[in-house]
Design a protein around this ligand. Structure first.
Ligand SMILES: Nc1ncnc2c1ncn2[C@@H]1O[C@H](COP(=O)(O)OP(=O)(O)OP(=O)(O)O)[C@@H](O)[C@H]1O
Length: 304
């Protein structure tokens, strides 16, 4: 697939802080591309340079081979982390106001239906729940029928149910053929939504590719967690378990054989947990620290 958005050696410093340190990547048309990383990694600075909101110190950003120009600017939709809306306006009125800014805008009722705002479109936007507000902000980002949609941490602070709803909505919008660039520090969000990701840490890209390919490249097998107990010699010698706190951990790419051995050796399986590697594990492996503070991190077998 050819690059729709091409970012080459992009740099940005704030005084002595090098927030973005010469990153490069490309985004083909029609995919959902994710910039993933912990707080302060440089995601928002990168996306804001791509949106033309923040000037960059070096490098280039090309859209269909051209720097961002007025015509392309009209084809971009942005959902910011925070957007101040006019007090007292209903969702429908907010949408009408933003639609009036563009020469070509989508029908407001169509946007209300697309983003499932029907039940609260007439309410003062200040009374909306977090999930409802995010859907309204998404509708506002779509008002000019953009070719490219930028979403900056769109589900931060939402409860799990609202996040799921929002993910479904993003998938519906992606199915309309739009190119989506989103930032997130939720690895599950990136795994669920993104065709391609760049993992950022401290202003640099430390991994690039499709989530599934990245995981296959860096990990094999699964991790089995058992409650601490005396393990038979055969298990110790074959599985090389690692003890950590109240648990034993076994890395293996031969799950069935390992489980069979545990059963044969009459190991207590109560509380057994089997887990595949995810992007949190990858981030931990690449950087030595976790993505979101202190989620449960499980070391996985390394292929290399
Ligand atoms: N306008 C600014 N002035 C000074 N420093 C800034 C500015 N904007 C960002 N930074 C700094 O640049 C670094 C990268 O910030 P950025 O917001 O891009 O990270 P992020 O990955 O989006 O983090 P978050 O998930 O918290 O939004 C941080 O250290 C931040 O404090």
């Amino acid at each position: 697939m050819s690059a729709f958005i091409q970012v080459n050696n992009l740099r940005k410093s704030f005084k002595k802080l090098e927030a973005v340190q010469g990153i490069s990547f490309s985004v083909p048309k029609g995919i959902c591309f994710g910039l993933l990383g912990p707080n302060g990694a440089g995601k928002t600075t990168t996306i804001e340079m791509m949106e033309g909101i923040v000037d960059f110190d070096g490098g280039e950003i090309l859209y269909d081979g051209e720097p961002l120009n007025r015509a392309m600017n009209q084809r971009i939709g942005i959902q910011f982390q925070h957007t101040a809306l006019q007090d007292y306006l209903s969702g429908r009125e907010c949408l009408s106001m933003f639609a009036s800014f563009y020469s070509h805008a989508l029908d407001v009722q169509h946007l209300i239906e697309l983003c499932q705002l029907e039940d609260f479109a007439e309410q003062d936007h200040r009374k909306l729940s977090g999930g409802q507000k995010q859907r309204l902000l998404l509708a506002i980002a779509l008002v000019n029928d953009p070719q490219i949609l930028f979403l900056d941490e769109p589900t931060t602070g939402l409860d799990p149910h609202a996040r799921r709803n929002f993910w479904d909505l993003i998938n519906r919008i992606k199915a309309l053929g739009k190119t989506i660039v989103l930032t997130t520090h939720y690895m599950d969000e990136a795994e669920y939504l993104c065709d391609d990701i760049a993992i950022m840490d401290k202003g640099r890209i430390i991994a690039r590719g499709a989530p599934r390919d990245l995981l296959a490249e860096h990990f094999k097998g699964v991790l089995i967690r058992l409650r601490q107990q005396h393990l038979p010699e055969a298990v110790m010698a074959t599985c090389h378990p690692r003890q950590d706190g109240a648990y034993w951990f076994i890395n293996t790419d031969k799950v069935e054989q390992t489980l069979k051995l545990l059963v044969e050796e009459q190991v207590e399986l109560d509380g057994l947990h089997v887990k595949s590697a995810n992007l949190d594990d990858l981030f931990l492996k690449l950087t030595g620290h976790g993505l979101q503070g202190a989620p449960e991190q499980l070391e996985m077998a390394d292929v290399k």
